[in-house]
Design a binder for this molecule. Structure first.
Ligand code: PGA
Length: 237
């Protein structure tokens, strides 16, 4: 595992460089997308580099980690909407090759794993981390062998995300998420963490035992992970 600690701006630029290198080497790479506040700086940097002609997504495709159950892509808090507005609408990717799990048809969630496998597997999966150690919406206790599945969100996750909704009652109670195993099958992984609220969990994830109680700790077992943290997220290491 590679660990990089710098300012939020610098880690966004360094992570973006990983995308530049990957897409130069493999223009039709499959990218694993993530939502939340953390990737916004990286996405802004990718948009800038794309407009500057330094990176092209025209042959790339993507699979996002997760989606709220019950929200369709037109809902402004859906993760499809987030991806379109923060990245896809501003880069040269073919939108028909961008996938976000459906929050409306959740009858066969693990079909998503089959789609990913049929496409050739994710080359570079981006992750944030929840204050409780979740990756995607794999909350503490999720089996490491899990594939894409529907989860009930913990109160702590709903509480963390209520800032985006009018009230906590509007925060969906369920989500569909790639499983821990789905994530671990990516050839390379980037995990980003920004801000002091993430400091305790970064210590647990990196220096604690590998345990299903801290889903992100599984990344200690992956052969190609780069963790990008700002100084505040790294302050307890
Ligand atoms: P955040 O969310 O980037 O908004 O902190 C991360 C996560 O919950 O995975």
């Amino acid at each position: 595992m590679k660990i990089i600690i710098d300012s939020a701006g610098k880690i966004a630029a360094l992570a973006a460089q990983q995308y530049v290198d990957l897409l130069k080497r493999k223009p039709n790479a499959i990218l694993g997308g993530a939502t939340g506040s953390t990737p916004l700086g990286l996405y802004a940097e990718l948009v800038r580099l794309n407009k500057a002609g330094e990176i092209s997504f025209k042959d790339a495709s993507s699979f996002n980690l997760d989606e709220y159950v019950g929200l369709d892509g037109t809902h402004d808090q859906s993760y499809r909407y987030f991806m379109d507005h923060n990245l896809f609408d501003h880069i040269d990717i073919d939108k028909s090759r961008t996938r976000v799990p459906s929050g409306i048809d959740v009858s066969d969630p693990s079909a998503y794993d089959k789609e990913i496998a049929a496409a050739g597997g994710v080359d570079l999966q981006l992750l944030g981390i929840g204050n409780n150690g979740h990756i995607g919406f794999n909350e503490p206790g999720t089996p490491f062998g899990s594939l894409t599945h529907v989860v009930e969100l913990t109160e702590s996750t709903r509480d963390a995300n209520k800032r985006f909704f009018k009230s906590i009652d509007e925060v969906p109670t369920h989500a569909v998420t790639m499983g821990v195993k789905t994530v671990m099958q990516a050839r390379s992984i980037i995990l980003m963490a920004i801000g002091p609220a993430k400091a305790p969990i970064m210590k647990e994830m990196l220096q604690g035992p590998v345990t299903e109680k801290v889903p992100a700790s599984v990344l200690q077992l992956h052969p190609d992970v780069t963790v990008y943290m700002d100084f505040e997220a790294a302050k307890l290491l």
